[in-house]
Ligand binder design. Structure first.
Ligand code: NAI
Length: 389
């Protein structure tokens, strides 16, 4: 089996998810197309990097991510840092001929996304953007129904990503609330996942009409570089600084194929945790997915007998996309880890077979073009065309 040495940069939440995926993937997908060997992990201090190496099973830690780029023995660079360093690291990795998996959103700005896209095209390296939710078997099943024509022509759709971890004003000003680090708030952090799923399921977005809002315009200053996602709150008395990104983002969408949709995203919706949903209506039927019940896809078909027509639940299992590699019976429980394992399987397979994989940097760049249109529309109040590559 081919083994690729991994250099992972940024030892926080996503480093944990990716590290588990490197270890677990060959156990689920056997024989694996290739294996990742956890060679070096980087963070901002040597102490944190060493501790992360111990925690996540890497051979060694470094406080300088360039050590990974300069190591000829590393074939894969895995970018798990906040959004402000994605472009610099990805461009350096591409120039060094490394394959790249990068966390979403691709970058802070359209300019950075374009430069990253051009760098991977020039270098010809395998590149993947970590929009893992789309590989959930129930989402893949929805895609299968759509591709087989079971829903007929897609008329409209609605997508949401609702959370509440930042609804408390004492939740600190982490990097996710500082435009210079994250680029945007609810749009880049969470709406992009739903945009990725709905582009994958329905097709390219052509025009958008958006509204953005910031409800909590200052937050307590946070110490440390890791975002604890609202789990550590200020007890009072810390200095507060300005939030310069969106808390909430809502937009209408006209797709190139005529379908009409809406997407809503907020991290301030009390009672919602990881409420990623989509409902898609076609001329022959509908599907509904809620990530909080991610084993399930709800389906309804127009040609069901009238006295029993209605949404019914399909539990995903070995009969469904990627299910064969996961667990032997339906409803045992697909988790966040499983989505990252499927993502890693697809990435390793692409490298081993030298074939492109999606979602790619191209998808990330196209989503950034949608973001530009969303932000322009929120300013002008008008329908705004999405730019093209
Ligand atoms: P985090 O705040 O948990 O960890 C980030 C880590 O990167 C910290 O340890 C920090 O010290 C380190 N870091 C910052 N700059 C660095 C640099 N220049 N060199 C080395 N290390 C550096 O962040 P989290 O939640 O892991 O987010 C990382 C990325 O993953 C972001 O782009 C985020 O949008 C994305 N993400 C994706 C998710 C998904 O579901 N696909 C979920 C959560 C985050």
């Amino acid at each position: 089996m081919k083994v690729y040495n991994i250099g992972l940069i940024g030892a926080g939440f996503m480093a944990k998810a990716h590290s588990i995926a490197y270890a677990g993937m060959p156990m689920f997908f056997h024989p694996a197309p290739a294996k990742g060997y956890k060679k070096t992990i980087a963070d901002l201090t040597q102490e944190r990097a060493n501790d992360a190496a111990l925690q996540f099973g890497f051979e060694k830690g470094t406080c300088n991510w360039k050590d990974i780029i300069n190591d000829p023995d590393i074939q894969v660079v895995d970018i798990c840092t906040p959004n402000d360093s994605h472009a610099e690291i990805a461009i350096a990795a591409a120039e060094a001929g490394k394959h790249i998996i990068c966390e979403k959103p691709i970058a802070r700005t359209l300019g950075e996304a374009k430069a990253m896209y051009e760098a991977i095209k020039k270098a010809g390296v395998i590149n993947m953007l970590a929009f893992n939710y789309r590989v959930t078997p129930a989402v893949q099943l929805a895609k299968k129904y759509i591709d087989e024509g079971a829903l007929g022509q897609i008329l409209d759709f609605r997508g949401t990503y609702l959370q509440d971890w930042s609804a408390d004003p004492n939740s600190p000003l982490s990097w996710r609330f500082q435009k210079k680090v994250c680029g945007s708030g609810a749009f880049g952090d969470i709406a992009t996942h739903v945009v990725d799923m709905l582009r994958f399921l329905v097709g390219d977005f052509d025009e958008v009409n958006a509204r953005l809002a910031t409800y909590i315009d200052e937050r307590p200053v946070q110490s440390g570089s890791v975002d604890k996602l609202g789990t550590i709150k200020d007890a009072g008395g810390s200095p507060r600084e300005k939030v310069d990104v969106d808390d909430q983002c809502c937009f209408m969408i006209k797709c190139a194929n005529g379908a009409f949709g809406t997407i809503e995203a907020t991290r301030n919706a009390w009672g919602r945790n990881n409420y990623i949903t989509f409902e898609i209506h076609g001329t022959k039927g509908s599907v509904f997915f809620n990530y909080e019940r991610r084993d399930e896809l709800q389906v309804c078909f127009a040609d069901d007998p009238g006295d029993r027509r209605g949404f019914r639940t399909v539990y995903t299992g070995p009969a469904h996309p990627y299910g064969e590699g996961l667990w032997p019976i339906p409803a045992l429980g697909i988790g966040y880890t499983e989505t990252k394992i499927v993502e890693m399987y697809r990435f390793m397979k692409a490298i081993a077979e030298n074939t492109p994989v999606s979602p790619s940097f191209e998808d990330g760049y196209k989503i950034e073009l949608i973001g530009e249109a969303v932000f322009e529309s929120a300013q002008s109040g008008a329908w705004t065309k999405v730019g093209k590559i």
